[in-house]
Design a protein around this ligand. Structure first.
Ligand code: ADP
Ligand code: NI
Length: 217
């Protein structure tokens, strides 16, 4: 990476940190830093353009549609404006925008329209942060934000949700494990991501086992 790449990354970090100052705990700057670290770790094994991986990871949740009345065009626009202001080459900008547009789980429910090694790496890192102990914590933060019940034994998980239903987010947080979290291990793109997912997946199963045990007391 060149000196100017390093400066660009520094500026991007500052911009993202500031933009996410008031973000909900599951999608805050800490989430971005965790995804960045995992992305870099996966890229060490799998290759991929390090500048695109870094900028894509930093900008992937710059304006999550969940917090913009479902509007999916806000994030890509903010990212494009920022990258243009930093004089990033147009082809790099276009790649990063495609990553932001295609990374999310809900969009994968409709069949993903674009792929690249860099997208696969960041998507794996984002998915790793949705599972394991951190994933559990984030799911309950989101469930609390939506005022969803923790669990209701009379409500069965909806295993084949379409994107619209998924986006509404009306489910119990325990059902969200079956509707998304437990599926992620088999959706990992890269061998390195799949390997890293194993331990986190196992921990979620343990958590659920303990949860039901306590529920039945
Ligand atoms: P993506 O940004 O990949 O589309 P989501 O928006 O589905 O991902 O999820 C972001 C975070 O919020 C994840 O940790 C996810 O598990 C959590 N989350 C999303 N929907 C729910 C829900 N209905 N209940 C609990 N957690 C949820
Ligand atoms: Ni994310």
């Amino acid at each position: 990476m060149t000196k100017s790449d390093i400066k660009l990354i520094e500026n991007t970090k500052k911009f993202v940190k500031q933009s996410l100052e008031k973000a909900e705990a599951g999608h805050d700057y800490w989430h971005i830093l965790r995804v960045l670290k995992s992305s870099q770790k996966i890229a060490e094994q799998e290759g991929g353009n390090l500048l695109v991986v870094t900028l894509g990871a930093l900008l992937h949740d710059i304006a999550d549609a969940k917090f913009h009345q479902g509007d999916e065009s806000v994030g890509p626009k903010i990212a494009r404006d920022f990258l243009q202001s930093e004089q990033v080459p147009e082809d790099v900008i276009n790649h990063i925008i495609k990553i932001i547009e295609n990374i999310s789980f809900k969009n994968s429910l409709e069949g993903q329209k674009f792929s690249s090694l860099e997208l696969q790496i960041i998507q794996d890192a984002d998915r790793l942060d949705a599972i394991g102990a951190i994933g559990i914590a984030r799911a309950f933060v989101y469930g609390g934000y939506k005022n969803n019940p923790i669990y209701d034994p009379s409500l069965k998980p909806n295993l084949n949700m379409d994107k619209k239903t998924y986006k509404k987010g009306n489910t119990t947080t325990i059902n969200h494990f079956y509707e998304k979290l437990l599926k992620l291990k088999d959706l990992m793109n890269t061998p390195t991501g799949a390997k890293l997912a194993e331990d986190r997946h196992r921990f979620m199963l343990e958590f659920l086992e303990q949860f039901y045990k306590e529920w039945e007391v």
